[in-house]
Design a protein around this ligand. Sequence first.
Ligand code: AMP
Length: 136
Amino acid sequence: MDDIFEKIIKREILAHIIYEDEKVIAFLDIQPVNKGHTLVVPKIKFRNILDGDPDTLAHMMKIAQKIAQVQISELKADGVNIIMNNEPAGGQEVWHAHLHVVPRISGDKAYQKPTHVSCSNEELVEIKERLEKVLQ
Ligand code: AMP
């Protein structure tokens, strides 16, 4: 069965579409964090950053940049967040990959500052060594 974003791509349900090309569609989030909050969605479905085709992900980011620029120029935003929630622990709720492009206004309370964990220098070194080894 089609997910909600596939239904938007097929025009089976309404959305406020602001951009479309052969690879992606971008439309306003129905529950915006700020006015102008936009989702950039690949037309070929994948779940998230973990299984996506890198070229499609790169194209999503390219379009997110364009949208960020017009949020600044047209909506007079002062800043922008680009966010991708991945898997339940990462806050993902819709199982069709998407980037959030969220305009920010100076002083808004759209997102709270993240919490931090303590991490010793030994732990930083150990994590670095584990990750760099498999990234070569
Ligand atoms: P998440 O999976 O947590 O990254 O976020 C999914 C996002 O999709 C939420 O911000 C929802 O408000 C948004 N959303 C869900 N259904 C629709 C819809 N029909 N039109 C626009 N945005 C939607």
